[in-house]
Design a protein around this ligand. Structure first.
Ligand SMILES: Nc1nc2c(ncn2[C@@H]2O[C@H](COP(=O)(O)OP(=O)(O)OP(=O)(O)O)[C@@H](O)[C@H]2O)c(=O)[nH]1
Ligand SMILES: [Mg+2]
Length: 444
């Protein structure tokens, strides 16, 4: 599903045509892939517009290429389409946690009941399964076998009213200590229409007051899942959605985006017939996978680091402007020097790091090694010391040196550097013309 997206990402990162042309080409590839996966056309249009607009309006932080920045935007917009940032919680919030599985015939309810039993058993819960389907011959035995395979408790009756079986089943399993109880329902009825199914579902829900109603949807129905989920939701508020058979269709993108568009959450996806082929659905993981996991992970990491640096640089700038320098300022400054290297924009803006600093007779050169050592030293300081380094006396120096695996002399050297920076900043603050010359004035 959406296999072509990975190729489009690779092509885009590879360069070739101009940035603008590449963006348009990528958006076309993306649209084609999404529509092939049965994602709703209006949704695809909205997504493309959002991506294009952000790509035009937002500038990458320093150190991030425009292509990386663009793909980060694509990633974020796709995550929104497929369900948002938060992976859904699969943990029961009370005991017993009763899950009612509903869905049309053949969607995979009974199979999923078995998979859920296996999933929760593996997490250490005592699980119970209830079969209420008396229409489908063999349903009882199908689920009993699945229960045995995962060591779950089982309750079922060969005939009777579904809501009464459900009610007796939940009570019985609860008394036997089940912590997660999964109620399977029929997809096929004597009357054979959807209304009969929805009515029965409502009666069962009234009888057992489930903590979660999970709609089981076959991925092959694609974007039609939108209307299906809505109809079920009107009958009984659907808590979550489980998409099955994602392994067997190209329409996975359609079903996942359609479900997200209803506001419901996809909690699990089924990826095969076997009892362990069920996984919690994580929109971020899903989007990373379709875009090419390795590429996207490292790209997002690069952008995140650059953004953190940009914030650090802002802190330094603000502190300098206000004439307020403490060890946190030094830390932020050292970090930005280390990451961006001497030729970066940051250093041009920060006269401090280019000023020769005298400590005793030796001139301090801020080499990579020294910066790392100093960062360790600062990390060993208390909040009090960070805010007011002047309180660091001989005994505090010893403690900090031990804590950071350095020597008292190293700590002294850093403190001397701090004092010289502070002095420079004071001087800069006094001399506003100098400040202006270095472009550090607010608003410039
Ligand atoms: N490939 C694949 N097949 C699945 C998956 N989940 C279920 N199936 C298959 O789908 C078919 C129907 O599954 P059931 O669990 O019996 O469906 P149901 O919703 O209980 O059906 P009714 O009780 O008749 O409404 C079976 O052949 C399952 O093996 C899945 O995630 N992947
Ligand atoms: Mg069934």
């Amino acid at each position: 599903m959406l296999e072509g997206l990975r190729e489009a990402v690779r092509k885009f990162l590879g360069g070739g045509s101009t940035y603008k042309d590449s963006v348009e080409e990528f958006i076309r590839d993306l649209q084609r892939e999404l529509i092939r996966a049965d994602v709703n056309v209006a949704l695809v249009k909205r997504l493309s517009d959002a991506i294009r607009q952000r790509a035009l309006e937002q500038e990458p932080p320093p150190g991030v290429s425009r292509r990386d920045w663009f793909l980060k935007i694509v990633y974020e917009e796709l995550v929104k389409v497929f369900g948002g940032e938060e992976p859904p919680s699969v943990e029961p919030r009370k005991v017993p946690w009763v899950i009612l599985l509903v869905g049309v015939q053949g969607s995979g309810k009974t199979t999923t009941a078995g998979k859920l039993a296996r999933f929760y058993s593996a997490r250490g819960y005592r699980v119970g399964l209830v079969e209420t389907d008396t229409y489908r011959p063999g349903a009882l035995e199908q689920l009993r076998t699945l229960a045995q395979m995962s060591g779950a408790l089982f309750y079922g009756e060969p005939a009777g009213r579904a809501e009464e079986i459900a009610s007796r089943g939940v009570k019985e399993l609860e008394s036997r200590g089940a912590q997660v109880i999964i109620v399977d329902t029929a997809g096929r009825h004597g009357y054979g229409d959807e209304q009969a199914l929805l009515d029965e579902m409502r009666r069962i829900a009234d009888a057992v007051s489930p903590d979660e109603v999970a709609l089981v949807v076959d991925a092959a129905i694609g974007q039609r899942a939108f209307d299906l989920a809505r109809r079920f939701h009107e009958a009984t508020p659907i808590g979550t959605i489980i998409v099955t058979k994602l392994d067997g269709t190209a329409k996975g993108g359609g079903v996942l985006s359609a479900v997200a568009a209803t506001g419901a959450r996809v909690k699990f996806v089924g990826t095969g017939e076997k009892v362990d082929e069920l996984e919690p659905f994580d929109p971020q993981g899903f989007v990373s996978r379709i875009m090419g996991l390795g590429d996207i992970r490292s790209l997002l990491e690069r952008v995140r680091e650059a953004e953190a640096e940009e914030r650090a640089v802002k802190v330094v700038e603000e502190d300098i402007e206000k004439g307020r320098v403490n060890m946190r300022t030094i830390y932020a400054q050292l970090k930005s020097i280390r990451r961006l290297g001497p030729l970066s924009r940051v250093l041009e803006m920060l006269p401090l790091s280019t000023l020769p600093v005298k400590v005793g007779d030796e001139q301090v050169k801020l080499g990579e090694e020294k910066i790392n050592k100093w960062l360790h030293i600062i990390e060993s300081m208390t909040y009090e010391e960070l805010d007011d380094p002047d309180i660091i006396d001989r005994s505090r120096m010893r403690r900090i040196a031990v804590g950071s695996g350095t020597t008292v002399n190293d700590v002294k050297e850093l403190l001397a550097y701090y004092k010289s920076v502070k002095a420079v900043v004071k001087r800069l603050k006094r001399d506003r013309s100098l400040l202006r010359r270095f472009g550090l004035q607010a608003g410039e």
